[in-house]
Design a protein around this ligand. Structure first.
Ligand SMILES: [Zn+2]
Length: 322
């Protein structure tokens, strides 16, 4: 007898912990309404959940399914909530969620199976996060329940993040050695950070058309820099606190060798840069624009206040500014 869907939701919520998920309306598990903690607040989510079982024809293959066709329970989008389609398994030592692409299955009441290999479950239980690419180009993601916020953040922002980046972040947070509450919380924050960084980078690149704001360089060698840094209190990951910069300008900006005047956006270079030691450095200095190039849209332009806060935060590092 399969575990009822509501029991799976209750276990998932308990496993994830109150800092990651809050139950709003248990319903019957198809869906249940929860609120998931994302970096901007609590995101309402409709969880469509099923138990994961082995597909008896092929032992290495696992699956979960929607309710039978006759019950007519399609996945729908409710206003203000994000639908999330999940399998849930406790078979591999640690609980694992398996998320499938909900968009492909919206509105359909045909019976479907989401199929994946057992390696996905094992890797997610062991490392915390794993991906499986199906032959029909679907990415199925397995993760421990406390990482649901990072998955929801990815979905709601339409962000693709490489598996390796998330695994590195949560491994550094200590998740593979220990899954105590503090470690899970640290891993959740680290995974969400990876997603937010990817979204920030995508949005900044788009606003600046992929060109360095200080020299116009393109060729996919551009990075997203925070003006008021991410390590400072109340820093925000919005385009108006970002700059698209080439690696060289980013490095000099981070080392406080470049000053952008709030308001006029005039660029001042540190005295060290005004005596280039060789021709290559001289060309680089000459190529640096005298005024920052910013997006045409007002709402995307860097806010003066972000520069002011930066200079206050780093204090004496900008004492050279004339
Ligand atoms: Zn540049």
């Amino acid at each position: 007898m399969a575990t009822p869907r509501v029991k799976l939701v209750e276990r998932l919520v308990a496993e994830a912990g109150p800092k990651a998920i809050e139950l709003e309306d248990l319903g019957d598990g198809w869906p249940s309404r929860v609120r998931v903690r994302v970096t901007t607040g609590w995101q309402p989510v409709d969880l469509y959940i099923s138990g994961v079982g082995s597909h008896n024809r092929k032992q290495y293959e696992y699956r979960f399914q929607n309710p039978p066709e006759k019950s007519k329970r399609p996945i729908i989008t409710s206003p203000g909530a994000l639908p999330v389609l999940l399998g849930y398994s406790e078979e591999w030592g640690r609980p694992v969620c398996v998320a499938a692409d909900v968009q492909r299955r919206l509105g359909s009441d045909h019976r479907f199976s989401v199929l994946f290999v057992v390696a996905l479950l094992k890797a997610a239980a062991q490392r915390g996060w794993s991906e499986y690419h199906t032959t029909s180009d679907e990415v199925i993601v397995g993760f421990q329940p406390s990482l649901l916020p990072a998955f929801v953040e990815m979905m709601s922002g339409g962000i693709a993040v490489r598996e390796r980046q998330i695994v590195d972040a949560i491994t550094n947070a200590g998740l593979s050695q220990d899954d105590g509450e503090q470690t899970r919380e640290r891993a959740r924050a680290a995974a969400s950070r990876v997603v937010v960084d990817a979204r920030f980078r995508r949005d900044v690149m788009k606003a600046y058309a992929g060109e360095c704001a200080l020299c116009g360089l393109d060729w996919d060698m551009i990075e997203a820099a925070h003006i008021y840094p991410v390590t400072a209190p109340k820093s925000v990951d919005r385009v108006w606190n970002g700059l698209a910069l080439c690696g060289n300008h980013h490095s000099l900006f981070d080392r406080h060798k470049i000053y952008v005047e709030p308001g006029s956006l005039a660029v001042q270079l540190h005295p060290d840069l005004l005596n280039p030691p060789n021709e290559a450095c001289q060309v680089f200095v000459e190529r640096t624009l005298e005024q920052l190039v910013v997006p045409a849209k007002d709402a995307l332009q860097p806010k003066d206040q972000m520069f002011t806060q930066r200079y206050e935060w780093f204090g004496g590092a900008y004492a050279w500014v004339a």
